[in-house]
Ligand binder design. Structure first.
Ligand SMILES: [Zn+2]
Length: 308
């Protein structure tokens, strides 16, 4: 009897131990990793599981309102070949993804402030828990302390120099119609009346200052103020483009457009965003990606925060 009890206890311990092993295997975290390179009309990036280098795993994307309610989600297998990943020795390199988000189909009337959070997960279905590879709330752009007081729904620019008229128009249109969610920037077009302009655009040529351009901020009386500390609100701005630097860039005219978009972002209240090389608000000298992909989700998001 005693021996039987012992064997029963032993059996129970065995079962518990096997459950423990089973549980620990079941609870193992997905070791996958990933990155969202760009988020605009499309979401572009890669996901990869280093413990299974040739497996194309999935990326799952969720878009939420600020109250946490879901607006949209999807999951796709990331199997696009990417030479850069292959060159890193990441298996067959078939780990890229790029697909469009149907921003235009969202019920924007039900989205307070037009603010959305985007979260993406790398998902290897061999595991129950999956790592977050992107979370818009963790990469929000910094914004100026001071704000543009010109009505955001009546924005025009005025050209003192028409050299870059096309690139400037493209940059302005890109801000008004980012393709990655709504904002109130309208119409963001050219005016021929200087007193109707929130953005006066000049060019200069300086081989020594190292800038592509810079933006000054003014009160309605024309006094220069600073939107960072000590901060002030401002009524309009001047954007000054350094012809010496931007005209010689091998990626012009796209490069010129990206410089203008960056400076316009300052007018709309956004600060430098040098931690995110995809953001149009990353300075060129800090690695803003040179080939032009336009205003990103995080830039539009920051604009909506700054100009509710
Ligand atoms: Zn800047």
């Amino acid at each position: 009897m005693k021996r039987k009890l012992k064997s029963i206890i032993f059996a129970i311990i065995l079962i518990m131990a096997s459950n423990l092993f089973a549980f620990s295997a079941f609870a193992a975290s997905d070791p996958s990793t990933g990155c969202v390179d760009f988020l605009n009309q499309n979401i572009t990036g890669w996901v990869y599981n280093p413990s299974n280098p040739n497996k194309s795993i999935q990326v799952h994307v969720y878009i939420y309102r600020q109250d946490g309610s879901l607006v949209w989600c999807t999951g796709v297998t990331a199997s696009n070949f990417r030479q850069d990943l292959y060159n890193l020795g990441w298996g067959n390199g078939n780990h890229g993804f790029s697909f469009s988000i149907p921003w235009d189909t969202f019920d924007w009337g039900s989205i307070p402030g037009y603010l959305l959070d985007v979260t993406a997960y790398a998902v290897d279905d061999a595991y129950p828990y999956h790592p977050t590879i992107f979370n818009s709330t963790s990469i929000q752009n910094p914004v100026h302390a001071g704000s543009l007081t010109w009505p955001i729904s009546d924005i025009h620019y005025y050209l003192y120099d028409t050299t870059y008229a096309t690139e400037i128009q493209n940059a302005a249109t890109n801000w008004a119609y980012t393709g990655c969610g709504w904002n109130k920037l309208l119409p963001c077009d050219r005016t021929y009346a200087n007193n109707n302009s929130a953005m006066d655009i000049f060019s200069y040529s300086d081989s020594t200052d190292g800038n592509n351009g810079y933006t000054y901020f003014f009160t309605a009386n024309g006094n220069q103020v600073y939107p960072w500390l000590p901060f002030s609100d401002y009524r309009y701005s001047s954007i000054n483009l350094n012809n010496y630097n931007i005209s010689t860039n091998p990626n012009s005219p796209n490069y010129v457009q990206s410089v203008v978009s960056h400076e316009m972002g300052h007018v709309f209240g956004l600060d430098e965003n040098n931690n995110n090389t995809s953001s149009i608000m990353c300075q060129a000298g800090h690695g803003r990606l040179a080939d032009f992909r336009g205003v990103q989700f995080v830039d539009n998001y920051a604009c909506n925060i700054k100009n509710p």
